[in-house]
Ligand binder design. Structure first.
Ligand code: SAM
Length: 397
């Protein structure tokens, strides 16, 4: 299939955007290539179509230098397979941002590739590919369309009209509108019966938001209470998991942005939204606890408490920059226990003094695991008993 390095005229190469994995050039990679311009490896091109499979950055710097001819390895790759091959070739090159990579995976799936083929091309396990594809459906325009359609009906349009303008089937929409109404009723009832907000939070259940089946899912009531108490105009959740915060914000008509590693956003390295937010609600994984993925930056993927704390610290610093001046950063986190030792993570976070602390709420629940420490003995992994809701204010300490 492959040949040894040959040479090709630059003007012969076709740079087909649909085979490019990125949306923009990586400036670091360009810099590196300019510095080692005489030692660049050959690019890869499909022999028949002359489509460039690998080497967009190299082509760019070599063009800048005025080269007319460059080293190439020709491959034979049908147009249907070119994007997958480009992804595979990139495994050894400059990594593409995860969000972008996930878009490529979705595109490959839409092109009809099996999960096994996508796993091979991306170097990921088939299980991870499947998770990414499933999660992309949850966050797909379908959900956004559904929200948009509900709003149209709430604004007076008929189900038929909303179906016509959004494409959401009338029957689906009818059910969703009823569910939205019943969630509104849950909110009203909660706010009426809750009394004033105290520092001890106790909720009867997690409420109808997000997914109860998602590991580590949070209660939607805490979001209702925070929105009611802090009155933010915009909210960001960088680890939205099953979308609890998203759904409560929809119900309370608050602007919302949400991300998660499960849909390709890594809090430690991905580009952050460009706007500022009045409220950032951050519910990281528990340490030690359920492992969400084997992604190297997954917060649940660390063995040592020190590494976990470093990640929380770095995430905090990144999120801090997204706060509007009067905004609040709220972290909901549990303490950790391992091999009989208790780690008061929440109090360490406070001591970093990265932002002024406004309040600490303790969220407890009538949950059987409350007694677990004594039931199982200290050597076994013990889930957290309480969650702490740390409310920090924007501005400097
Ligand atoms: C406790 S769960 C959040 C649950 C969510 N509040 C809900 O109600 O469904 C923690 C989330 O953090 C995500 N996560 C872990 N590491 C991450 C990272 N580096 N960047 C973004 N999200 C991450 C996991 O995928 C998981 O969904």
């Amino acid at each position: 299939m492959e040949q040894t390095a040959d040479r090709i005229q630059l003007k012969e190469i076709i740079q087909d955007r649909s085979v490019w994995l990125r949306s923009e050039y990586d400036t670091e990679a360009l810099k590196r290539y300019r510095e080692s311009i005489d030692r660049l490896p050959p690019v890869r091109v499909d022999r028949f179509s002359r489509v460039l499979l690998d080497g967009f950055h190299r082509v760019r710097v070599l063009k800048e230098k005025g080269n007319e001819e460059i080293p190439v390895i020709f491959e034979e790759c049908s147009s249907k397979k070119q994007l997958a091959r480009a992804l595979e070739l990139n495994l050894h090159g400059t990594p593409i941002p995860i969000e972008q990579r996930n878009k490529v995976l979705i595109k490959l799936s839409n092109q009809g590739l099996t999960q096994k083929e996508i796993a091979k091309a991306s170097g990921l396990s088939q299980k991870r590919v499947s998770q990414i594809l499933v999660n992309s459906k949850r966050d797909s325009p379908d959900k956004k369309k559904l929200f948009e359609a509900i709003r149209l009906v709430e604004g007076g349009k008929s189900l038929r009209e909303a179906e016509r303008s959004t494409g959401v089937p009338k029957s689906t929409l009818e059910r969703a509108v009823l569910e939205a109404k019943s969630r509104q009723e849950v909110i009203i009832k909660h706010l009426q019966s809750r009394g004033s907000l105290t520092s001890l939070l106790r909720y009867p259940d997690r409420g109808p938001w997000g997914k109860g089946s998602y590991s580590g899912n949070g209660s939607g009531y805490i979001i209702v209470d925070l929105l009611d108490y802090l009155k933010p105009k915009s909210v960001f959740d960088p680890m939205e998991g099953s979308g609890t915060t998203r759904e409560v914000c929809f119900d309370l008509k608050v602007d919302y942005e949400g991300r998660d590693l499960n849909s390709g956003f890594d809090l430690l390295s991905s580009p952050l939204p460009e706007q500022k937010f009045d409220l950032i609600f951050w519910h990281p994984p528990y340490w030690p606890g359920f492992k969400y993925s084997s992604h190297p930056n997954d917060f649940s993927n660390v063995k040592k408490i020190q590494d976990f704390k470093e990640r929380i610290h770095d995430g905090f610093v990144r999120l801090r920059d997204l706060l509007s001046p009067d905004g609040h950063l709220v972290i909901m986190i549990g303490d950790g226990r391992k091999n009989g030792t208790f780690y008061p993570i929440h109090s360490e976070i406070i001591q970093w003094k990265l932002l002024p602390l406004e309040a600490v709420l303790v969220k407890t629940g009538d949950h059987e695991r409350q007694g677990a420490h004594f039931r199982y003995g200290p050597a076994k992994f013990i889930p957290t008993l309480h969650e702490y809701v740390l409310i920090f204010k924007g501005g400097s300490q």
